[in-house]
Design a protein around this ligand. Structure first.
Ligand SMILES: [Zn+2]
Length: 224
């Protein structure tokens, strides 16, 4: 039997992340655990000793593309995000899901499918977030902004500002993973399926290096 439990009141801001983890579904005891399990199953979340693109070392590595390469996982994660977002706006339809390219494309598409909304995306032109390809959104329409991972939330904030500048009502934002530990503030209510505090070290003070562990560049393993 399906049993869904939410808190009575919808809190604002980052509290919504915790609120969403209260959701209970029949084969899912905890959305965060389910999400991380999908990441681990697909090699999208690794524990070890990694050198990130920034040059910093980290005991964790996350690559959303590896979980989203499986359409059934993308569909499921999109459905969970859509359920959380619908709680932010239970009374009105959400007209559009808007994502910054590239990271938001697949998950935004799946959230839009679950919300019965359309999905459009922004691209940077000369560094400025822009709607291209004939995409349009009208003043008064309702939108949510979706990314795969939020670290600072900078890209989502730019999309939100773009939408607000043309009179769109931005109901909220969502991501599969929140790497900010819940701290990123996008100025609108926000949901995430899993919250992580990503630890990074300067190589000179990395305790993993100090233990003699070999640092690995993610994605350098041979594909099979
Ligand atoms: Zn290290």
């Amino acid at each position: 039997m399906r049993s869904v439990r939410f808190r009575d009141s919808v809190p604002r801001g980052c509290d919504e992340i915790e609120w969403y983890t209260d959701l209970r579904l029949p084969n899912v005891t905890n959305i965060q655990e389910r999400t991380l399990a999908l990441f681990q199953q697909t090699g999208a979340y690794l524990n070890g000793h990694f050198r990130l693109t920034s040059g910093l070392h980290s005991p964790e590595y996350l690559q959303c593309a590896l979980v989203l390469q499986h359409p059934q996982h993308a569909e499921e994660l999109g459905r969970h995000l859509a359920a959380a977002l619908r709680k932010l706006e239970p009374m009105r339809n959400i007209d559009a899901v808007v994502s910054p390219a590239m990271g938001g494309l697949i998950i935004g598409h799946e959230v839009a499918r679950a919300l019965n909304a359309r999905h459009i995306f922004t691209e940077r032109v000369d560094g400025k977030m822009t709607l291209r390809r004939g995409f349009a959104i009208k003043p008064g329409e309702t939108a949510v902004v979706i990314e795969d991972v939020i670290t600072t939330g900078g890209s989502s904030v730019e999309v939100i500002q773009l939408l607000k500048s043309v009179g769109v009502r931005v109901v909220g934002a969502g991501s599969i993973i929140d790497r900010s530990g819940g701290r990123a503030d996008l100025g609108v209510p926000r949901v995430a399926l899993a919250v992580m505090n990503v630890v990074t070290y300067d190589p000179s003070v990395c305790p993993l290096c100090a233990q003699g562990s070999q640092v690995v560049k993610p994605g350098s393993r041979a594909s099979v």
